[in-house]
Write a protein of this length. Structure first.
Ligand code: ATP
Ligand code: MG
Length: 428
């Protein structure tokens, strides 16, 4: 019986014809990270499950129902990373990066895995770019991280309709105080809570505020605000951040309901949302996680960072019409049946050496000249370079522009590079 292999649900293939905006995003990211002095880190896709339960938190959606967790051959529980803040902190501690007084600015990109219900803008394998900073406690580094993301939106041409939402969760003491207030409030509205929220009321009441259940929105709206439980110092931190953002020309809206889905945040949290993408409007999210590093075994060390969803950024690039077109080959090399494959292969190599920035495709399958030209046309190439027995004997190459009004010409070998370059410039 023939077996038909299909991809797993929510795990898309990325094909060459759709890769151009990905590469553009990746190169904009590399450029921006370099401009701000962030170093790239690459950590494994698999980590011990305990790293994620410990850092993200037991009573979060991710840990409760979204992780790909299984036992390896020795029976150890391991998980595909659902996010990479925990992995980065683990790596920083394990590799001794977090010396007292040190500042580390790092960034990463790669696939993340969450067992969610796949829908537009929500997949089970998706890609993130993230930036993380260890060692700076003040609001200035939060402003820097936000400026870095804003620069990316501008560079990619997707700043239109992007809105920054910010909030503060205060420090641990503030949150303990708030937690008590919140539990008392939700206890008195027990009958309106759904099953998830009732469970969270015991384990993590703040997370009730993050519920997406429409039936819960009214009781959440009326809940006491965290703001009233904040200490002077926490309020000052948040006000300073707002002043820094304002001074840098970044428009931020304070959203007191923004709590974020992960347990490890404290003080500032933020999210970039867009009006252009419908329901999955969160493009980038982050915040401060000062408690996480000690939780995972570091000496006291502040941390802050963000992660963006690459699929959503690309959807936005498509929607706003700023995605680049797929690049077609520049030169398509054809050998007539009179010459050996070695001759046309050699011609392609020569052109690649002469024009190192060009895409040169060699037609490895022989055939009539007519069918070879058909393939050349189909490839979208700008020029065809043809080598036959006459060309070989007399030391020239026939060059035929495939687009535009230019005529076919015979080009002496010595002028090949220069002529191809000129024709390519005229065609593009
Ligand atoms: P959401 O509220 O959309 O579920 P989240 O709070 O779970 O997002 P984070 O863990 O903060 O998301 O991840 C940062 C970014 O990664 C999100 O803002 C989003 O752009 C992207 N992202 C998260 N989950 C997915 C997914 N399943 N598919 C595609 N992108 C995702
Ligand atoms: Mg989520």
């Amino acid at each position: 019986m023939k077996t038909q292999f299909t991809r797993l649900r929510g795990m898309p293939d990325l094909l060459p014809q759709a890769i151009a905006p990905w590469q553009q995003l990746e190169s904009a990211v590399r450029h921006a990270m370099c401009a701000y002095g962030y170093g790239e880190i690459r950590t494994p896709l698999l980590e011990r499950t305990s790293l994620f339960t410990r850092s993200i938190g037991e009573a979060t959606d991710i840990v409760e129902k979204e992780m790909y967790t299984f036992s390896d051959r020795k029976g150890e529980s391991i998980s595909l990373r659902p996010e990479n803040t925990a992995g980065c902190v683990r790596a920083a501690i394990e590799n001794g990066l977090l010396q007292p007084g040190s500042v580390n600015r790092i960034w990463y990109t790669g696939p993340m895995f969450r067992y969610e219900r796949p829908q537009l803008g929500r997949q089970r394998q998706f890609f993130q770019v993230g930036a993380e900073v260890y060692g700076l406690a003040g609001p200035a580094i939060e402003a820097e991280l936000i400026l870095l993301s804003a620069r990316l939106w501008r560079e990619l041409g997707i700043d239109k309709g992007m809105q920054l939402e910010i909030n503060t969760l205060g420090d641990n003491e503030d949150r303990t105080r708030y937690r008590d207030t919140l539990v008392a409030y939700f206890e008195s509205h027990r009958e309106t809570l759904d099953e998830d929220s009732l469970r969270r009321l015991e384990r993590n009441p703040l997370r009730i505020l993050d519920s997406k259940n429409p039936a819960m929105q009214a009781v959440i709206e009326a809940a006491p605000a965290l703001r009233e439980s904040l200490s002077e110092a926490s309020l000052m931190h948040f006000e300073q951040l707002q002043a820094l953002l304002q001074g840098s020309g970044i428009d931020a809206v304070v959203n007191p309901r923004l709590v974020r889905g992960l347990d490890y945040y404290s003080h500032t949290v933020f999210e970039w949302t867009t009006s252009e993408l419908g329901a999955q409007s969160a493009v980038c999210a982050g915040g401060r996680y000062d408690g996480l590093l000690t939780e995972l075994g570091a000496k006291a060390m502040p941390g802050v960072g963000w992660a963006l969803g690459m699929e959503r950024v690309i959807a936005l690039m498509d929607k706003l019409g700023v995605s680049p077109a797929q690049h077609a080959p520049d030169v398509f090399v054809i050998g007539t049946d009179e010459v050996a494959a070695a001759d046309s292969l050699a011609l392609a190599e020569t052109i690649r050496a002469l024009l190192p920035d060009c895409a040169v495709v060699h037609n490895t399958a022989a055939g009539s000249l007519k069918s070879q030209f058909r393939k050349a046309d189909k490839s979208g190439a700008s020029l065809a370079a043809i080598i036959g027995s006459d060309e070989l004997a007399n030391g020239y190459v026939t060059v035929k522009p495939l687009r535009g009004p230019h005529e076919q010409t015979s080009v002496p070998a010595l002028q090949l590079g220069e002529t191809l370059q000129r024709l390519l410039e005229q065609i593009d």
